[in-house]
Design a protein around this ligand. Structure first.
Ligand SMILES: *Cc1c(COP(=O)(O)O)cnc(C)c1O
Length: 379
């Protein structure tokens, strides 16, 4: 029996062509022709005002933290239920991530907990759109407005995801994307910063280019470039942009294939879920999810391991997800947790993600559906 993997990068067809074309140029460093074309695609797709490719989503989050001038003594509110990168980017500036709990139905940060966590030190809220399902941005925005806070959207899951027709990552001051090979489109490693407030764009280019004004120099706007600010090296090689552009060029195909699997799960599992006391992933009506992930919420922690083990016996790889950051060793040392994140702890201990990638066949999807449906939860 062939193994059905949880996630696999998908060769969409243009990858070799683009990489060969990039290799044939004499310029492999960042911000070449492929970077420009990939950036243009991203701008058109998301309608963000500005966009910069970065070496990862983590680096895009770090870039956002630098642009917001976060530093020691500043606090940034983040959900406990997220990848470590969201908090690492804050801690890397010496600022304090403040962990808040999530709403059970969407797994996104709970606005009531955000409001309760605001202090005079709070500078920003880093939200995550789990599974590319938008968090409650209206409520978060009104808290941010009331207290003068910036919003950064960690939209690593949400390329092709919308709230009321607007692409995620374009609501906050900044949005960040990931092209890691577990995400919908990938260059192996990679990311992007979406810049929605254009007053930050010039400094964003500088920070991303080792603190130099090389970007304005390349556009011919100054006659030499020099060190003007703090920064790092956050720009990917044009070779990686060539790979990324290949995936962008097949985005509709990749998404159609992923949506097929997602819809099959959503349509095929409700009866089993009802019978077994399982909750399926929930998508509120005003949000379009990007088929990044399909998860089920088992009735107990034992059933989390139970379902994963049951599927593994049939060569199907399913998996749990984030372990709460508030109780992680670095979260305890570098963060602050005003209220215990009990919903996060409970839900993280019961969540199971099913295989979902563009290379899955209809037969694979059917096999997963049958295997899941044959699992019986412990009474
Ligand atoms: C994958 C992921 C990241 C990190 O992305 P990289 O590109 O690997 O740095 C950050 N946040 C979330 C929510 C993610 O899922």
């Amino acid at each position: 029996m062939d193994r059905i993997y949880f996630s696999r990068p998908y060769l969409a067809g243009m990858e070799y062509t683009n990489i060969n074309a990039s290799l044939a140029t004499t310029s492999w460093h960042g911000d070449g022709d492929f970077t420009q074309r990939a950036t243009q695609w991203l701008l058109e797709r998301t309608q963000a005002r500005g966009a910069l490719l970065t070496t990862s989503c983590t680096h895009a989050l770090e870039l956002a933290a630098i642009l917001l001038r976060l530093g020691p003594g500043d606090e940034v509110i983040v959900p406990s239920f997220t990848f470590s990168a969201t908090a690492t980017a804050i801690a890397s500036r010496g600022a304090t991530p403040v962990f808040v709990d999530i709403e059970p139905r969407t797994m996104n940060l709970d606005p009531a907990c955000v409001e309760a966590a605001v202090t005079e030190r709070t500078k920003a809220i880093f939200v995550v759109h789990y599974a590319g399902v938008a968090c409650d941005l209206d409520a978060v925005q009104s808290i941010a407005d009331k207290h003068g806070l910036a919003i950064v959207e960690d939209n690593a899951h949400g390329i092709g995801a919308y709230l009321r027709g607007q692409h995620l990552g374009t609501f906050g001051t900044f949005g960040t994307q990931s092209w890691h090979d577990t995400k919908n489109v990938t260059s192996g490693e990679g990311g992007a910063l979406l810049v929605n407030d254009l007053q930050y764009l010039e400094r964003a280019e500088i920070v991303r280019e080792k603190g130099t004004n090389r970007a304005v120099f390349l556009r011919g706007q100054v006659d030499k470039y020099t060190w003007v600010d703090e920064g790092s090296s956050y720009l990917p090689s044009d070779l990686l942009a060539a790979l990324l552009l290949a995936q962008f060029q097949r985005f509709e195909e990749i998404q159609d294939r992923r949506q097929y699997v997602w819809q099959a799960y959503a349509e095929g599992l409700p009866q089993w879920a009802d019978d077994q006391g399982v909750e399926l992933m929930h998508v509120p009506a005003d949000r379009d999810q990007p088929a990044h992930m399909f998860y089920v919420m088992m009735p107990s922690h034992a059933d989390q391991g139970g379902l994963i083990g049951h599927l593994r016996e049939q060569e199907i790889i399913a998996t749990f997800h984030y372990q709460p950051l508030d109780s992680a060793p670095a979260g305890v040392r570098l963060g602050r947790t005003p209220e215990p994140c009990t919903v996060t702890a409970d839900r993280a201990s019961r969540l199971v993600r099913l295989p979902l990638h563009a290379g899955m066949s209809k037969a694979d999807t059917t096999r997963v559906l049958e295997a899941v449906s044959s699992y019986r939860t412990q009474a």
